[in-house]
Design a protein around this ligand. Structure first.
Ligand code: KIV
Length: 256
């Protein structure tokens, strides 16, 4: 897997989310290494309050649109809440279904507790990306989207999670919203690349949610960076269209 080679060469890995055909084309042309069809689509595209309300059906619908863009970048699909926790059989079936619809790898949230399932998915021939630190699919139990790794017992658990996933055969590990010195320690300790979001700069790569980067999300986490205000650009364009129709400027005879 290219990502592991990149870590060995000390080359930073860049990933971003995308959920549809046009944006998959855009982010691929922009040169990302990986595209995640993330379950964040529940919030930033479908307007839900958290990521718990979507299932495989929704991920597959968006995955198929992304795959149609034929990206050069690696396409990773999120395994949504409830698609891998109930039984190993169901987890294997869910992962296989995502691959049948074009995913080149799958991502699961969790550490030690899912290591056996991860090992089986890897054995089946499906590359797996881990996701530790803040796991948004556990937001109800956590009581919010909190910075992880501040307490010693939490640090030890997250480190154990990373080592268990490495042992289970993942090709990369997302570390979300975790204290930067712990993300740095994990990055040094594991042989697979760490791809961070809100966990500082000392990781092998970074991932952001596309709608945060483009200023389209309603709520943008403080650790994200907004590179463009597409919301404003889109609003201005549509406002202009409204004005021009109302004033009779559009359509002109050339726009027939
Ligand atoms: O769904 C998603 O966008 C993610 C990223 C935050 C890593 O899992």
């Amino acid at each position: 897997m290219d990502f592991i080679k990149k870590k060995r060469r000390g080359e930073k890995i860049v990933m971003i989310t995308a959920y549809d055909y046009p944006f998959a084309k855009i982010v691929d042309e922009a040169g990302v290494d990986g595209i995640l069809v993330g379950d964040s689509l529940a919030m930033v595209v479908l307007g839900l309050e958290n990521t718990l309300g979507i299932g495989l059906k929704e991920i597959i619908h968006h995955l198929r649109a992304v795959v149609r863009a034929k990206p050069r970048a690696l396409v990773v699909a999120d395994m949504p809440f409830g698609s891998y926790e109930i039984s190993t059989k169901e987890a294997l079936r869910s992962a296989a279904l995502l691959v049948k619809h074009g995913a080149e790898a799958v991502k699961l949230e969790g550490g030690e507790e899912i290591a056996d399932v991860v090992k089986k998915i890897v054995k089946m021939g499906i590359p797996v990306m881990g996701h530790i630190g803040l796991n948004p699919q556990r937001v109800l139990a956590l009581g919010g989207y909190k910075l992880m790794g501040k307490k010693e017992h939490q640090r030890e658990k997250i480190l154990r999670d990373a080592l268990a996933l490495e042992d289970a055969g993942v090709f990369a590990i997302v570390i979300e919203h975790t204290v930067p010195d712990l993300a740095a320690e994990i990055t040094k300790k594991v042989s697979v690349p760490t791809i961070c979001i809100g966990s500082g700069p000392h990781c092998d790569g970074q991932i952001l949610v596309l709608h945060d980067v483009l200023g389209l999300s309603d709520v943008i986490p403080y650790f994200a960076k907004v590179y463009a205000d597409l919301k404003q650009i889109a609003r201005d364009a549509v406002r202009k269209f409204v004005e021009e129709v109302k004033s009779g400027k559009f359509p002109s005879l050339e726009n027939r």
